[in-house]
Design a protein. Sequence first.
Length: 91
Amino acid sequence: MSVLIIAIIVVVAIAVLALLAVSAQKAKKRRELERMRLREQAGGHRSEAELHASKAQEHEETAREAAERAERERGLADHHGDKAEKIERKL
């Protein structure tokens, strides 16, 4: 009888260890899959951020060009205004 109990205990212990090993492998696989998913997601976010940075840089350049053009046109308008005043004084 005691041999049977020892055999049962050994079989149960082996089964518990096997279940723990399988559970540990599944947990490791889940963590690896989650890590890969997060890595892919981070890569997508990184690409999107680079795209936004590029667009922002383009918009900044466009705004700078518009400001320069506005400054030139203001100077030209001042010049024309001065010229018009001179002509009016002559008349």
